[in-house]
Design a protein around this ligand. Sequence first.
Ligand SMILES: [Fe+2]
Length: 456
Amino acid sequence: MKALYICDNKEEWGLLSNLFKAHFSKIELICALKTSQALDYLTYEGPFGIIMIDASLKQVNPSDFGEQILEVAGERPLIFVGDKVTVRDRIRDELYLGHDLNAVIYKPYDIDHFREIIQTSLNWAKEEEFEQSVEEFERTEMLPMKLRNFYLFEKIDYDVYVELTQTKYARVIAAKKPYTHNTIQNYAKKNIKYLYLKKNEYLRFLEESIDDIMNGLEHTQNPKKIISLQIKSIVIIHQYLRSVGVSDSLIELVQSVIDKTTQNYQSVRTFKNVLAHFPRINLDIAEHSVLSLYLCESVCESLSWNSDITKKKLGLASILQDSGLTNEDLLKINRLDDPHLQMFSEEDKEEFKNHPAIAAGYSQYFTRFPEVDYLISQHHEMPNGEGFPNKLNANKLTVLSCTFILCSHYLARLVCSKVKSENLLQEVYYQFKLMYNTGNFKEPLVALEKTLRKIH
Ligand SMILES: [Fe+2]
């Protein structure tokens, strides 16, 4: 359990810290000097069972700051610390009376009083976090969501559960209450891969996410925001395909993501600028797909391919190519004979082997985008014929297919490169030139070089 104390007088920290060490040794006390620092702690270091605000804060009114905290941390008790006069003058009644368990710890400290107030707050936190939240559901009532999804939001409208046993689930994120990325990281550290929503709520969540993203894409012109929304889209699209299938709303979202790529690329003008606006490069399937959308767009321009149909095909292939992969680490693998594949479970190996065919299968439901299935099913073929599933070489693959394969492989290598040097784009390109300068790969390879060099 963690406690947060916001106080701009460092001398006070030691006193309180000693009290916690002596009476609540299992509580980790984190002290913040500035309010901005406290808000950062709440967002990234939480959850905090206890929040204490010093009533003598100078840089900000402690009551205003208390309200700000409730906006970030949700409804919860607060403890105000100070002498009687300062607390009376600076803590507004409506804030103090806003929660039954709000309390004051008066200075100078009285040990028994301190213990009683902290214990009450601690009981609230324990009850809130654990005891009230364990519920029984049939497994068929619950739908798993990859942990990755939860980094995309700060709060969601539904309760989120972690699986304890096949029928017992603990609520770990309450509906409409803000949660921190640190909370999600803690589950990742415990090797928890999925959190659960109740089935009907899960479907509503996906549909509402699609509406939100569509709305966002329609109304923003900011390149960075567009890219962020596109990354979010890919996560939702893959999740939707695996659990629901293809619907009209999903097809609309896919179309919008592709159209917005062309529009956004026209405004940023070069692939280097796309990278400059990219929020982060994170070895992630969704980010790989979005980079592929832009690199294909850019290479089409270098090849003077202006056809809408061609862009749609490359766009859908970029979006769907790895939709059948649930283990993000498989993005680092390109071939079935890659020795690193042996480190994965049998289930992961099977998933990797089948993912081009599964994604190609999804593409057949997108009837507005003809003949994309072969592009997707070939995305792990290699110029020398050592790829999979059909060991096709550079002369058996079409120029369009070679263009897509080249972009996909190049980006996978780029995002998986451990050393991020300034010349990485060129370095990876020169490595690629040795293997891909053959047959129908030659033309797209020249276009890729032109794309990477383009600076205006
Ligand atoms: Fe793949």
